[in-house]
Design a protein around this ligand. Structure first.
Ligand SMILES: NC(=O)c1ccc[n+]([C@@H]2O[C@H](COP(=O)([O-])OP(=O)(O)OC[C@H]3O[C@@H](n4cnc5c(N)ncnc54)[C@H](OP(=O)(O)O)[C@@H]3O)[C@@H](O)[C@H]2O)c1
Length: 333
């Protein structure tokens, strides 16, 4: 089968090559890939930036988001059968969505929402799970709470706005002038055009902030949070608690203690809880997200679909940092 893989960490695009089909373990479903979503995580893994956090062996097929059809199942698989249309964010250590087929642990897979296309479904898993784990698992958002979601027009931001609205929150978001109407249409109640205003001059007494931007934005976000609020960052810095949970060694736990010292100290002074999130695969959560999609509470925001062999151009677009929603590559059948 054809797949995009790397033989070493590199900045250059991955190579499209013939590789052997994946082995199907007892707990795996083998998925014929229809479409795969692009994420910054693919680029960070490819360049080696995350090699201490998420180490991989080579050759490595990239790709963290997939939608497709089950073509085989392992002997322990009960909930999926050949012909099922599914979507998944395969777990760390077992990525490989940029291929004609991928074997995924059944625990990471969910049935695709029936009302969306394969390309729309392929853009959802990683960003929707990130939003779920931030807003439902960590923040435990209650109706009426005030939530600031930075970069509302992006992949994570666009789904996080919809999820926070579904949970009953009052949602503020930051975006550029060009995307003000886009985020309003997603349901944002308060839109801060960062070209014209600084969010900290406008917002106050927020319960939760979801940060996906730089450290200055993270620290400025403290100004809008109320005492007892929750600051969640998906763009770092990682905390020693995260390092421990992730099973990283004492040295890395120490590095993360140092990296996050400034923000943790600032949060302590303001009596705000700081949490770093590195999202995890979860078929169970993805099944709940699929229900939200089927009920119309969350709508996939696919900006552009590229052909599989145009993946380098698709990543170049993602790297502009100016995309709305998701970029997806589709297989030609
Ligand atoms: N830790 C985790 O588990 C995890 C999971 C998912 C993603 N991430 C990370 O989170 C970050 C966001 O991911 P993503 O997939 O959402 O990225 P993305 O889709 O590429 O985000 C692009 C969006 O960011 C907006 N943006 C850029 N600068 C902005 C600013 N200063 N203020 C407000 N909006 C701004 C842009 O809107 P405008 O054009 O309007 O500026 C654009 O719509 C990435 O660094 C990614 O690696 C981490």
């Amino acid at each position: 089968m054809k797949a995009y893989f790397i033989n070493r960490y590199q900045k250059a695009p991955a190579t499209l090559t013939e590789v052997a089909e994946p082995m199907v373990g007892d707990d795996d479903v083998l998925v014929q890939v229809a479409a795969a979503g692009l994420n910054h995580l693919d680029l960070r893994i490819k360049s080696g930036e995350l090699k201490l956090l998420v180490p991989y062996q080579f050759p490595l097929i990239l790709g963290h988001d997939v939608a497709g059809t089950v073509v085989a199942v392992g002997s322990n698989v009960r909930d999926f059968q050949v012909g099922d249309e599914v979507f998944a964010r395969p777990r760390d250590g077992r990525i490989g969505a940029f291929a004609e087929k991928i074997a995924i642990c059944q625990d990471d897979v969910a049935k695709k929402p029936a009302n969306v296309s394969m390309t729309d479904a392929a853009g959802l898993p990683l960003v929707a799970l990130t939003a779920w784990q931030a807003l439902v698992e960590i923040a435990k958002i209650q109706a009426g709470q005030k939530v600031l979601i930075h970069a509302g027009a992006g992949g994570v931001g666009s789904v996080a706005i919809a999820l926070a609205k579904h949970l009953g929150a009052i949602v503020a978001t930051t975006t550029s002038t060009a995307n003000v109407d886009f985020v309003k249409n997603l349901g944002a109640d308060v839109v801060i055009d960062y070209k014209k205003q600084h969010f900290a001059d406008v917002l106050q007494d927020y319960d939760v902030v979801l940060n996906s931007l730089d450290e200055k934005t993270l620290l400025d976000s403290l100004q809008v949070l109320k005492q007892g609020g929750c600051l969640i960052s998906i763009s770092g810095p990682p905390t020693p608690e995260y390092a421990k949970q992730a099973g990283l060694n004492k040295l890395l736990q120490g590095v993360m203690w140092l990296l996050s010292y400034k923000v943790r100290r600032a949060c302590r002074q303001k009596q705000v809880d700081y949490q770093f999130l590195f999202m995890k695969a979860s078929g169970g959560q993805l099944a709940k997200i699929a229900q939200l999609v089927e009920k119309g509470h969350v709508t996939p925001q696919t900006q552009e679909v590229y052909a599989f062999d145009e993946i380098a151009a698709a990543f170049a677009k993602l790297q502009t940092g100016r995309t709305r929603g998701k970029i997806v590559v589709a297989m030609r059948n």
